[in-house]
Design a protein around this ligand. Structure first.
Ligand code: L34
Length: 298
């Protein structure tokens, strides 16, 4: 049987429609909508592609959006000063500095400089700590993990008591999604295992997973025979594996061999059109949340 495809593109549409509606109500009631600034340093094609999508999406839901592109050779001090400017700008509810940054800039210093209440990526240590504590402490969830959890919930996958295996232990995806799935709450209450490059029996762990979340950044890492029949597979990988000669666009591939995996899995996310679009939708949701809290509307 072929797996049900969990379409990030479709779910995103629903979420953005909900957000757009709320933005209109906010503008009518408070005289302003949410404000987001995206800061892109340099010109990596992947980052340009993602930031362009973020800007377009923000404008489509009625946000005040500032696209602040900076040259590759901007100094760390100038970047920190820029962040400080937006920290103090009352029209800005969310500050996003696209990663990765050039090598001469300490990304930890930069992320720490963003005010936690405007940190719509939820990468600041304060927001990471709040996520760990869970419940009412949480202001923002990191965008990719939040998108993954939303897809799991909206696809009707049972998480309570489920075996979740997370492949990858990054700060952006692996660590936070593992913590979120283990916590109490909707789309959570799971038994979670984190596996990584030093794990002895990667295949054995994956085979036990009712929900397999793969965020390793290695194309086709997960083999079809590692998937438990009927499992829900969430593929976070967005690997640029080549260029389409005709369109000039990058060819994207996930961390899972999709064509074969979809014959075994119960539900599966595609690449492109899966987790990527959800990441952007959740960024919009976080920015809306930030504005609501600032305005006293939530
Ligand atoms: N600060 N840096 C910060 N926040 C983030 O949340 C990110 N991330 C990751 C890289 N750096 C970041 C993103 O935005 C990865 N990421 C991201 C966002 C969107 C998409 C992929 C990764 C996405 O929309 N992918 C599309 C294809 C886009 C294309 O054609 O290039 C998809 O369908 O998968």
């Amino acid at each position: 049987m072929t797996a049900e495809i969990i379409s990030g593109t479709e779910i995103r549409k629903e979420i953005l429609a909900e957000i757009k509606q709320e933005v209109e109500e906010m503008k009518a009631k408070y005289g302003r909508g949410p404000g987001l600034v995206t800061i892109l340093v340099g010109s990596s094609p992947a980052s340009i592609s993602y930031v362009t999508l973020k800007v377009k999406t923000a404008l489509s839901v009625g946000f005040h959006e500032i696209q602040d592109d900076q040259p590759e050779d901007i100094s760390e001090a100038d970047l920190l000063a820029l962040i400080d400017k937006y920290n103090n700008d009352p029209t800005i509810d969310g500050i996003l500095v696209q990663l990765p940054l050039p090598k001469h800039i300490d990304d930890k210093k930069v992320l720490d400089a963003i005010h936690p209440d405007k940190d719509v990526d939820a990468f600041h240590p304060v927001n990471v700590g709040r996520l760990m504590i869970g419940g009412d402490a949480v202001r923002f969830l990191p965008c990719t993990p939040a998108g993954i959890q939303e897809m799991i919930v909206r696809s009707g996958t049972e998480t309570s008591g489920a075996e979740v295996v997370v492949v990858g232990r990054s700060n952006i995806v692996g660590k936070p999604i593992a913590m979120m799935m283990a916590q109490k709450g909707i789309g959570a209450n799971a038994t979670v295992t984190i596996v990584h490059t030093r794990t002895k029996d990667l295949a054995g762990h994956c085979k036990r997973a009712d929900i397999l979340i793969v965020a390793a950044g290695v194309p086709d890492l997960v083999k079809p025979e590692w998937i438990k029949p009927g499992a829900t597979v969430i593929d976070v990988g967005v690997n640029r594996v080549g260029m389409n000669e005709k369109t000039g666009k990058a060819i994207l591939k996930g961390d899972v061999d999709f064509e074969k995996a979809k014959e075994i899995a119960g539900k599966i996310t595609p690449v492109p059109g899966g987790v990527g679009p959800m990441t952007i939708a959740m960024l919009m949701k976080n920015t809306l949340t930030s504005a609501k809290k600032t305005l006293g509307a939530a």
